[in-house]
Structure formats: C-alpha cells, structure tokens
Write a protein that binds this ligand. Sequence first.
Ligand SMILES: [Zn+2]
Length: 273
Amino acid sequence: MAHVIQVGAGSGGMPVLDMICRDERITQVTLIEPDLYKPHNLQRHLFPASAIGEAKAEWAQRWLQERRSDIEIRVLTCDVMEPKQQAAIERAAADADIGICAADNEPAKYHWDAIMRRHRLPWTLGEVLSGGIGGFVHWFVPGGPCYGCVASFLQRSVKEEQDKPPDYSQPGGTQETAIPASMASIHVIASLHALITLELLDDPEHYNPGFTSLLFTLKRVEGVFAEALRPHRFRIPRAENCLLCGPGSGKGDDLPADLDAALNDALARLNDA
Ligand SMILES: [Zn+2]
C-alpha cells in the first residue's frame, strides 16, 4: 500500500508513472500536470492521437485506470507552483509515501524539493539531457542532500572540468531538453528512474545503491561524453552552507523562514555558474 505523488506527466514522466504503477504496492496516485496534449507530443509520448487537445493529467488517469482499475488516482490539472493549489498539493504530500519529480524547469524542481523536505518524503528526479545524449536520475531522502545541494555540486564539477579535454564525464548538470530527445532515449532514463524509485520505496531509510545521482550516457559527444552507454555515479554530500537545507536556512529539513529569498539566491547562483 503506497501513495505516490508525482509532478509531470510529459514524455519522461508518463512512462515512469506507467512503469511504477505496474507494481502492486502502488495503490494511490496524486498527479500534478497542467498541460494539454499537443500534436507535436505524439512523436515521443505514450498517448494516442485521439488525446490531442485534452489534458495530459486526464489522459494519464485514464491510461493508468485501464491497466490498474484498483488504483485510486487523483489529478491536479495545474502548475505545481500555482498559489491557489498549494493547499491541495500539501495535503496530498502529507498523505504520500514517496514523490516523483518529472518537472521540466528549475523553479518547479526547487519548489518540489521544498515540499518533499517539508513532509519528509523520499523522492526521485529524472532529467534527460538536451538532444537525448544521456540523463540523470537522482534520489533524495530526509537528512540527505537537497536538490540545491545536488544542482550546485554538479554545476561546480562542470566548471572545474571545463579546462580538461574530452574524457570529461558530465555535461551541464541539469540542462533540459532544449534539443528534443528521441522517445528511445527518454525511455532509457525513464526506466532507470522507475527502477530507482521502486527500489527506494522498498526501504527509504536504508537505500544505498552507491550513488545519490546517476548519470547514464547514451551518445558519444566530442568534448562532453567520451563513451556512449556508460554510467557515472556521483555520491553528492549535503552542502554545509546550502541556502535551502543547511544551517543558514534555519531549521534543517524544514523550510527556511524566507523561502522566496533563499530560492532566488539559489537560482541566481545557478545562473552565475
Ligand atoms: Zn541543500
């Protein structure tokens, strides 16, 4: 019996949700997704042409219900940062056992991270890199590094590596799909994301696969990835001076008193990197 709360049912989020819902431990889903299904989505998405013009969230519900009629599914057809929906999202998070982030923008990821920490939920994040050259899967637990810790660590590593020649093992950390990825590459990362989510659900307190962030390369790219199909494991520590989860944030895993200011600082720092 597990309640999953997920943000994002796009081309990457929907296959993750589809795969984890085949696991009979999942009995309840709350899905947050604002978008309508558009013609260009067909190339990479699970849904059929008849879904065009309808809300992805509604279609996700129908898709899952046809495969698991016993799951209780609730959809919130809104942006995860929509102020009017925060109370509903908080209520769902308070009742959830695990979170999944398949959001496609940085502010939404930081917002999700804050919600997950506030409710002490384990959660996972999948990111497909631009052009489908590879992707990341990150997992988070209470007391571990937050998304801010991870993002700043990866940004720093990239900066340090920039002077070095090709056997450089990672790209811009959290660069999203500015160049569209193929459905095949999206599904490789989605499968890893689903796998890690289900393993984390087994025992969040003792989960330890030997990394906190997994980068899996899919293509060889001169100056970026020396080899295709190679995993790189990062064990990223909690940053002592993290603005979001460190001592300066006030209460450790709780929200800093002035979240907006901390969030703005963190985003400014990312932009500077
Ligand atoms: Zn942090």
